[in-house]
Structures are given as structure tokens and as C-alpha cells.
Design a protein around this ligand. Sequence first.
Ligand SMILES: *[C@@H]1O[C@H](CO)[C@@H](O)[C@H](O)[C@H]1NC(C)=O
Ligand SMILES: *[C@@H]1O[C@H](CO)[C@@H](O)[C@H](O)[C@H]1NC(C)=O
Ligand SMILES: *[C@@H]1O[C@H](CO)[C@@H](O)[C@H](O)[C@H]1NC(C)=O
Ligand SMILES: *[C@@H]1O[C@H](CO)[C@@H](O)[C@H](O)[C@H]1NC(C)=O
Ligand SMILES: [Fe+2]
Length: 628
Amino acid sequence: MFGRSISAYICYAALVRLGHVSAVAVPRQDQDADAASVISKAQNIVNPLSPNQSGTPPDLTVLGNYYITQKSPTPLLRATGILTKALTFLYGPSIAGGPAYPTGILGLVKVTADLLAIQLDLTPETAQALVDNTDAILGIAKYDGLQTVEDYTKLYDGEWMNTLPKGPDLGVLTNYTDDLLFSMERLSNSPYQVRRLNPNSDSLNFQIDDTIAKNITGSTLQQLFSAGRLFYSDYRDQGSLTPNLLRYSAACDAYFYVDINGDKFLPLAIRTNVGSNLIYTPADTANDWLLAKMMYNVNDFWFAQWNHLASTHEVVQIVYSAAIRTISEEHPVQALLNRLMSEVFAIQPLAQTVLFDPGAAVDLVFSYSGTSAQAYTDKKYKNDGSGRFQANYFKTELQNRGLLNPATGPTLKHFPFYEDASTIHDAISTFMTAFVGSYYSSDSVVAIDGELQAWAKECNGVLAACKDFPAAISSKAALVDILTHIAHLASTSHHTINTNELLSISSTLPFHPPALYKPLPSAKGVNNVAEYLPPFTQVLTQFTIGALFARPDFVGTNRSLIHMFDVQTFLSKTNDQTRAANGVFMSAMKSFSSQVSSRRFDGEGLSQGMPFVWQALNPNVMPFSITT
Ligand SMILES: *[C@@H]1O[C@H](CO)[C@@H](O)[C@H](O)[C@H]1NC(C)=O
Ligand SMILES: *[C@@H]1O[C@H](CO)[C@@H](O)[C@H](O)[C@H]1NC(C)=O
Ligand SMILES: *[C@@H]1O[C@H](CO)[C@@H](O)[C@H](O)[C@H]1NC(C)=O
Ligand SMILES: *[C@@H]1O[C@H](CO)[C@@H](O)[C@H](O)[C@H]1NC(C)=O
Ligand SMILES: [Fe+2]
């Protein structure tokens, strides 16, 4: 603290001496008002629908060991316990869109507990964000008025050190004009949109002149398509959203391709779908092409953030709610879910009050309104497949987009998201296999576990209305898959997009603005791309919002992924096999953590085939739970 205030003082003195701050509007207070308002909302997250609870919630304490349904020593007591939970944990209206949100005495007790827990997490985070925000304002002289694109890299010069202690991912401030950085982000920190076009079932949504395509790739668009080397991303559905005042965005769709050697995954073209509907390619001027990639990034960040709410938070929240109402607290599966679902009910109120409400974070820094963000998320969950359970199993979903085991075309040589996520997914699956195997001697024992079957039925009922949850749980493997997927959604799947990723890569400037600040050009030939980037006060608000979702304090603690199953209250009531499986998981994750933390650029200036060093899925850094 002492060191911090001295350095702030020196900065401030330097600022006063230099007196060269006129190029950028300086907020009058030492923190900007928009960031302060977001922080204040984060410090006061409430359940917007909650009447104050009254009545006595059921006691959920488990005194003895865990037992599957058939083996409970006190079956009558156990059945009464479940009934009491079902009568007091109810489905209420959704908050921030998506599925039903808990209500009832027990529902509200759980919501309140999760909101308290997230407030404890946010206390240091908001304090650090305020210090960083103030320091960034004091450092204003060194950004040179943000007049060029390059000036935006100076925003990180000794700044945001509390919320982003290691700075942005190595390479993102130096190599952002490299096409490979842009394209490989689709296979690492934003991997949920791009898909390979299948020549047998897809068609081309727009054309590229043969001479241009051949010059860039050596092949025509049609040849790339027929060879299974063409990939496509589609954000045209953002074109109908309500824009915020004086902020602008395209609604891009884009082609990517695998080069003739099968070595590199690269961008080919970006179409804007608004105004003059320009189609940009790497053959355009450096400025035009850079602006096109930024336009894509605006759409991509929008998709990645709101889709993640639908595809991770909302899915596990409702599946867990159904479990609470149907499975005893004495059941090992429920005990495991209680661990994995730490703080799960805190996020929809956070999304509503900090992000979506009028005047909140989305209205402040994104291109479209908070109301649009909520509607977009809700549509992703309900209609666009993001809420589906089995269809989004890790490998199934990647296969369906032709990114894994493609029917036509070359295998992706580098696929960092898959490489890292599959290591963790395999380790989780190994743990779940041991855990399930320790309680169920055969598939038929699973199939006659009444609570598990009641859970599946509840998920598929009209109230929970989970999408695509198995109709029954009839084998050990099916149960392993379900539990692995829940753990995957709550950890790897989520932290790839959110948590520390916002500040460290996916919303870093200058390359990833959340909105453009000038109407899109009607013709090519842009002079200064910086004119489209956020002004300084907007940058401050953007970074402060990002900081609320970072969890630097979890690094190396029992909140990290290494400790996913490592909690005595759970392990002590399980069995030797489960405890041993936890040991295996922890050592696998520790060794993977050393591997990830030792990543550096190779002789070609690449890491995992990318011009930036991606370390988001370090198990000693990422949380084990879906707490942001
Ligand atoms: C609910 O409780 C809070 C704090 O305990 C209080 O400020 C609020 O007025 C109460 N609301 C109602 C409707 O009683
Ligand atoms: C091919 O691309 C290069 C470099 O971008 C350019 O100089 C050349 O004019 C292009 N040729 C055609 C036929 O477009
Ligand atoms: C995690 O560690 C903290 C501090 O070391 C401790 O207070 C807390 O009880 C631990 N939590 C769990 C769930 O093990
Ligand atoms: C990326 O940037 C780093 C410096 O941050 C540099 O060492 C590396 O060579 C660059 N990679 C490429 C491919 O330019
Ligand atoms: Fe999240």
C-alpha cells in the first residue's frame, strides 16, 4: 500500500510538472464517473426479483458419509429431505434472460449465500480496479493523446498492474497486425464461432474475385471450399441490434482458410454487411485491413461475451437447480455438484445489474445496448443451440464445426484451445470415471438409482426445461459424461472466454475495441484507424469493467482449478478411490500448469503456432468454478 501511494504521488507530481495533458479530456475527479458507477453497482449486486426471505430453510448438513440412493442407511429420512428441498427450492422468473431462476425459502437462501460469496471476491477486485483506474488517469501524459493506433499500446506501460499483474498476453501489443494473430484467436481465446465449410452440405455466402483469392491463397475460393480448406464465421445477426449513441459496428461475416501446406490457419476476407457492405481482404492497404479485423473483433467480442452466459452459466445453473430438487444432499453426485457450482446463482443478478440494466456496463462501452445484449443472450440460450447440453459436449461440438476429425480437408495443425482444454477435459473425465466407478459397480446400478433418474426427468420437465439433457441416465459412462461436461462448462469452457481473458487478451487495445467511435467508412482508404478507437475515458471504463471479472488473487490458491475436487468437507465423506483420484487429478494439473507457465516464443516468434503466448488455461491460475 505504502509503495503504491508513493508511486501515485510521484506520477501525480510528474503530471502536474509536465502540464501536457490537454490532448485528452481529463475527468475532473481522480476516477472517472462511469467506471465509478460500474464499480458501485458491482459492490451492491442484489437479486432484483427477491422479496426478503422469511421462514426456516431446511438443514442441508450431511453428518455421515455419502451414499447412492439404493444404499442410504436412512431412506425415509432421505426421501423427506428431498421433498423438503423440492418444496422450498422453487423455479422463479428468469433474471437477465435464460432459464428459470431460484426462488422459495431455500432458493433465496442459496442465492443470498452466493451473492455474499461473490461480494467477498469482488471486494479486493473493486479496490484494485479503483487504484488502477486512478493510476491510469495519472499516467495520462504517456499515452500521447491516443492519436495513433500505436499509442494505445502505451496504455499498458506500467498500468493496470493490480488487476493484470503480468500484463497482456505476450505478443498481443507487438504482433497485432500479424494476420496469424487474428486468425489463431479463433482457435484459442475465442473458439466458439468459426466452422469449416462442408463442400457437401454448405454453400458460399459471398464471393471473392478469383485473382484476389489466388494471389492471397494460391487457390480460388471455390477450390478452397471443395478441398475442405475454407472456414466461415457469421455475425450478421448483430446487424439488427439497437446501437448505443455515437457508437458503431459492422455485422461481419468472414472467411478463413488453411494454407496449401496445411501449416497455417489464416484470414481471407471480411464482409461488413452494413452501409456500403465492403469486402476487405489482406490485399487491401494495411490500414483498411487492420480496420476490417477490428470490425470483426467488435462483433466477435460481443458474441463471445453474451454467448458464454448462455452456453455456460445458464446451462449449469438450471441443471443444478433440477438436481437440488431431486437428489439428496447425502448423494455423492449432489455433493460433487455443490462443490462445482460454487457461486453459480450470483451471476444472473450480476449480469442484470452490472451489465444489462439501462446505463450499466453494456450501455457504457459496447456498440449495442444492454437491452440488446440481454435479448441476444436469451436468443442464444433458447433458439440458437448454445443452451443445449449433449450437443455441446466438448469433442462433439468441435467435431460438428469441422474443427476436429473433419470429414473433408486437412486436420488443423495447431489448435491451442483444443490442445489445452482437452488435457484438462481428459483429467476431469478420469476423475469422474473413478468417482462414478467407486459408487456404481455396473450400468444397471446407475439405471436403478431413483434420484439420478428423477434428476434427468426434472431437467426435461416443463419447469426446468433444460435443452437436450439426457432423458435417462442409464450407464456409468453416461453419468461420467454428464458430470464431466458440467465441470468443463464451469471451468475450462468459461475461462477461455471470460475471467482473466478480458484484460489479458480478448479486450486488449488497440486490436479489440468493444465498439467503434466513428461511422464505418463508405469506401476504402482509411487514413488513421485510431479515429475509430475508444477515447481515453471510454478506455478507462472498459478496463475497469474487465477488471471486475479478473481474479488475479486466485492464482496459486485453493480457488484454482488444481483444487477442483480438493476440499475436505467433500473428500472426507467419499471413499479411498475418490480421494486417490483427486490426487491423480491434482498432480496431472500441476504438471500441466508447469508446462503452460513455461511457454515462450519459439525461433519463429510463435507459441502453439500463434504470435502470442496464450496461458489462460493454466490450472494454477484459472478458477475451478464459474464465479465470474
Ligand atoms: C429487505 O431487506 C433489506 C436489507 O435487509 C432492506 O433494506 C429492504 O428494505 C427489505 N425489503 C423489504 C421489501 O422488506
Ligand atoms: C498480389 O498481391 C501483391 C501484394 O499484395 C500485389 O502487389 C499484387 O499487385 C497483387 N496481384 C494481383 C493480381 O492482385
Ligand atoms: C482455502 O484456503 C483458505 C485460506 O488458506 C481457507 O481459509 C479456506 O478454508 C480454504 N477453502 C477450502 C474450501 O478449502
Ligand atoms: C511476437 O512478438 C514478440 C515480442 O513480443 C517477438 O519476440 C516475436 O518474434 C513476435 N512474433 C512474430 C511472429 O512476429
Ligand atoms: Fe462469466
